[in-house]
Design a protein around this ligand. Structure first.
Ligand code: ATP
Ligand code: MG
Ligand code: FE
Length: 344
């Protein structure tokens, strides 16, 4: 089954072609990071307009790359929410337009479910059940994934997301958004223990996180340091930050695995691209006989492939696609993954 995946919930326009037997066939992405940089954050109206500009050329690009025509498509998958309303409307209008024109199903996917299932695009794929660590720009959550569509939130951040903490740390050290990769590269050259930072909630009995105090500690350390900041200081502070965040994330994952009795862990979201986090999780899981899974490095942040793969997993459970009742055009700017039918 050939599925066209479309993602347009925030500042990335992602389009992909995914074959349920062969996997990802073609992928195209445009990120608006440069455009929003001028304003210090994502400007919703500009984001919507840019999705409008990019989406059709990206669609043509994946079709051409894959050597496919619209008639080859069996279904369209699109991010239905959560996200920016105007941005979601662009992807969904295109998806439903194609669905109507070709008389094929359109499947609305929850953006976080897309992240959660993005490791289905890796060579080594997880099977249910598993514990999931979702670490992205907007979320830091630990979930128990019992089956497709059966997600229980075990803990989440009480304030900032892990990705946000990476971005703020990068900013304090003079690097622009997205700061994760820059902080990771600096940390590689830093000396462990040269600077000490707090590890918020690491000993708390629950599975919640808090990163705003860590962010403040980073800012205070920078404030006290003579300017201009030396390269050695930047490296060491980045090292201290990465060690603190990874310690907390790894500790909470192990707690969740113990609590639920699961033997598989899946990391997902932009921060799961982080080299140090991957190494620490891999080592901790290896010692406990737990299997750990990651999305492909380039598919951790937003993309159309994860949306198509999530739809592929759902469609595999439906025997006759033609009889699938279409949900109809809708977007959900706010949408709970754990309780998807609750409206707010
Ligand atoms: P959400 O999915 O929660 O709505 P989002 O889609 O904006 O948020 P993602 O695209 O999944 O988030 O992730 C973006 C975040 O990932 C940014 O904060 C970025 O700094 C971080 N990130 C990307 N690469 C790395 C890396 N190598 N190390 C650490 N952080 C990283
Ligand atoms: Mg983004
Ligand atoms: Fe995302």
């Amino acid at each position: 089954m050939l599925i066209l995946g479309i993602e347009s919930s925030c500042d990335e326009t992602g389009v992909a072609l995914y074959d349920t037997d062969k996997g990802l066939i073609a992928d195209a992405l445009h990120t608006q990071i440069e455009m929003h940089r001028l304003y210090g954050g994502v400007v919703p109206e500009l984001a919507s307009r840019d999705h409008i500009r990019r989406i059709i050329p990206l669609l043509n690009e994946v079709m051409k790359k894959a050597g496919k025509t619209p008639q080859d498509l069996d279904a369209v998958a699109v991010t239905e929410g959560p996200g920016l309303a105007g941005a979601l409307l662009v992807g969904n209008s295109v998806a439903y337009g194609i669905g109507l024109a070709l008389n094929i199903s359109v499947v609305g996917i929850h953006h976080l479910e897309g992240h959660l299932l993005s490791s289905l695009l890796a060579e080594d794929k997880p099977s249910f059940p598993f514990v999931a660590l979702l670490v992205s720009g907007g979320h830091t959550q630990i979930m128990e994934v019992r089956a497709l569509g059966d997600y229980e939130l075990l803990g989440e951040t009480l304030d900032d997301a892990a990705g946000e903490a990476f971005d703020k740390t990068a900013q304090a050290l003079g690097y622009s958004y997205p700061g994760g990769p820059a902080v990771s590269a600096l940390a590689e050259k830093g000396t462990p223990g040269a600077i000490e930072l707090p590890r918020p909630l690491i000993h708390a009995p629950n599975l919640d996180f808090s990163f705003s105090g860590l962010k403040t500690a980073v800012m205070n350390t920078v404030r006290k340091e003579p300017k201009p900041l030396s390269q050695e200081f930047k490296n060491n502070l980045a090292r201290a930050f990465v060690d603190s965040v990874t310690d907390v994330l790894v500790t909470k994952c192990l707690k969740a695995l113990k609590k639920t009795g699961n033997k598989s862990l899946v990391a997902a979201g932009g921060v799961s691209a982080n080299k140090q986090l991957r190494a620490r999780l891999t080592e901790a899981c290896r010692r406990r006989g737990v299997k750990v899974f990651f999305p492909p490095q380039n598919l951790c942040t937003d993309n159309g492939a994860m949306i198509a793969a999530a739809a592929g997993a759902h469609l595999a459970e439906i025997k006759d696609l033609r009889n699938k009742k279409q949900g109809g055009f809708s977007i959900k700017p706010r949408w709970s993954l754990e309780h998807p039918n609750d409206n707010d």
